[in-house]
Design a protein around this ligand. Structure first.
Ligand code: MG
Ligand code: MG
Ligand code: MG
Length: 306
């Protein structure tokens, strides 16, 4: 249908990317638009747990958008992390909480706030438009906030994220701490994933100073257990480096209990990680105390030093 608006987040979708697409499409439909939400890849276990918990259907997979399609981007504004064909789509609106790295030919609505989660912004859009938030929508938006802020432990988390999470938890009828622990734990099981799948659970490509690099992140409640697979993980990373001509690959394993991260850094420019964080790589790994946020703690420092 020609007047349909495609609503989607980023590739390698995380819970915010999916929840924001669903809740944003729902809001636009409530406002009389013909909007449909999509996913740009397979759901991770955390997101599947969230959708199942609140009885929300999985969005359909979108592989490409046709020229001039109307789209709304949520939780991302980078073409490199978006759908095939995005360059020639009609971007009507962006709702996001990342750095802005987008140029369009036409004017658009752009809602950006440096809060912990896109769903926090979407909550406010519901309020502004006087649209009721159903328990199902509240449940998945709450899940997104818990996921993006690591249950409020991330430095990206603001007071507003926390306040809105509480309101959403009340609407959804759950205890946000109890539900939050279960949600995060659901996302840490990598036992049935291949090494290549593990590094692609949540991987984003970037470019800085002429160097292409990737930062991949997984959450874990048992970091040592992940590192028992270091050898096969490194093989998968090296393959990606060769295939995509990367100067650096940083694989971040975030400890959700202690709020720090252990990384594997590979590639010609692996020493950037040493410079950026004042650490020494030992067997390609380093402990980054207090680091849990790719957006706010890892990416800026790498960009500064690459
Ligand atoms: Mg995201
Ligand atoms: Mg997000
Ligand atoms: Mg994320």
């Amino acid at each position: 249908m020609i007047d349909k608006t495609f609503v989607f987040g980023h590739q390698k979708p995380d819970t915010d990317s999916i929840a924001s697409a669903i809740s944003m499409a729902n809001l636009r439909n409530e406002l009389g638009e013909n909007a449909e939400c999509f996913r740009l890849g397979n759901l991770n276990k955390e997101t599947s747990f969230a959708l199942k918990s609140f009885g929300v259907e999985e969005p359909s997979l979108l592989e490409e958008v046709e020229e001039k399609s109307n789209v709304i981007m949520v939780d991302s504004n980078e073409f490199a992390q978006s759908v095939k064909g995005i360059e020639n789509a009609n971007i009507k609106m962006v709702v996001d909480h990342h750095r802005i790295n987008l140029q369009t030919n036409d004017p658009l609505y752009y809602v950006a706030e440096p809060v912990g989660c896109t769903s926090t912004i979407i909550y406010k859009l519901y309020k502004q438009n006087d649209v009721e938030i159903t328990p199902k929508m509240a449940g998945i938006m709450l899940s997104a906030i818990i996921s993006d802020t690591l249950l409020f432990k991330s430095p990206t988390c603001t007071e507003e994220d926390k306040k809105i999470a509480q309101k959403l938890a009340d609407i959804a009828g759950v205890d946000m701490y109890e539900y939050g622990q279960n949600l995060l734990k659901a996302g840490t099981d990598i036992s049935d994933l291949s090494a290549n799948e593990v590094i692609n659970v949540d991987c984003k490509p970037f470019e800085g100073n002429g160097c292409n690099f990737k930062i991949s992140q997984i959450n874990s409640a048992d970091v040592d257990d992940v590192f028992t697979r270091q050898e096969e993980l490194e093989t998968a990373i090296q393959n990606d480096i060769k295939e995509n001509n990367l100067g650096l690959y940083v694989f971040v394993v975030t400890d959700i209990l202690n709020a720090n991260s252990k990384v594997i850094a590979l590639g010609e420019k692996a020493d950037v990680v040493e410079k950026a964080f004042g650490v020494e790589l030992d067997n390609n790994t380093a402990m980054l105390e207090g680091v849990v946020s790719r957006k706010k703690q890892v990416l800026p420092k790498i960009l500064e030093n690459i």
